[in-house]
Design a protein around this ligand. Sequence first.
Ligand code: NAD
Ligand code: WQD
Length: 341
Amino acid sequence: MNKKILVTGGAGYIGSHTVVELVQAGYKPVIVDNFSNTKPWMVQRLIELVNTDLRVYEGDCVDVDFLKSVFDKEKEIHGVIHFAALKAVGESVAEPLLYYRNNVCGMISVLETMRMFEVKNLIFSSSATVYGVPDKCPITEDQPRKSPSSPYGATKVMCEDIIKDSTRGGCIKAVSLRYFNPIGAHDSGNIGELPVGVPNNLLPYITQAVAKKIPPLKIFGTDYNTKDGSCVRDFIHVVDLAKAHVSTLDYLIKSKENYDIFNVGTGKGTSVLELIDIFEKVNNVVIPREVTARREGDIRECYADAQKIKSKIGWESCKSIEQALEDAWRWQAKLTEIGKS
Ligand code: NAD
Ligand code: WQD
């Protein structure tokens, strides 16, 4: 087997976990990353974890000449998993052009290079953000996409459309995976999420607040019409999400369909207060916190219907939220121990 798979953003959070699963499944990942949102030492950790040498190219996916040079050197790339993107919703409102250039132009450059080198298979990192405020939960893939509330969300909608159009002639086959809320880390504690600056997302904020790196957690509203007043999300273990990419790749390589879309979630809704409670119990810690006003733009409830990926690809999430929260804390504790955070 040993098919070569180009993993853009492979040194990032979801990309690095996917590299581990690709190696375990017998694929040969080749990493491209510009290290704008990760650190080169993550690659070292990754190499130690997979216990094999990895090909890593530092460069920007927007740059077609750079991508051409990678495809040229590597030869026989069988598929691309395109993680590389900027992902901070707030920053995208402040810097929309940065996001459109990086995420949309990056996607176009990847597609152009794939066509040039006749590389057929593409998996794209889309997001549940494309559903906006969902009509109902659980969310099925056929729910309409809504006008995105941020330039970040708009880049995901645009990229999905660009990919769909590019697959029409059949030169490229692609799957867009719409992730819900990835959390957790590899159970070795060797790789995990490495947000630059103060985290926006809930779990990295919690782990850093418990480690006393940042002020107490602000819970953004407990006055929603939900089971306990806090927002509800579909928190999926990052290793389960990584495995979903391997299953999707196996499927895509054999598939006769040019383009499809799948939710990647657990199918279960967990509230912010429930997650806090479980984190404290499994890790035997107290999260310093206070309840504050709602955060603008937050969605009350968002969780996946995960049946389509189960029935067509055969993937479903296995790991519990307890495991994810233990793994996230182990990763943070290890980071603190070695002085990386
Ligand atoms: P991440 O920031 O940890 O990883 C992205 C990686 O891509 C980083 O290592 C970064 O340095 C690199 N990168 C960014 N722009 C690049 C470019 N132009 N050229 C080369 N490398 C570049 O983010 P992540 O959480 O691993 O997310 C991966 C993908 O999944 C992104 O496309 C993101 O939008 C999408 N996604 C993430 C979430 C989430 O909550 N983490 C949810 C839904 C979708
Ligand atoms: C989860 C819940 C907050 C931080 C975002 C993007 C989405 C996707 C995933 C990429 C919400 C609450 C959070 C805090 C809190 N990314 N919260 N205090 O907003 O569901 O989704 O990340 O595609 O596009 O929008 O994730 O982790 O920011 O928030 O109370 O300090 O935690 O209000 O209810 P979200 P999140």
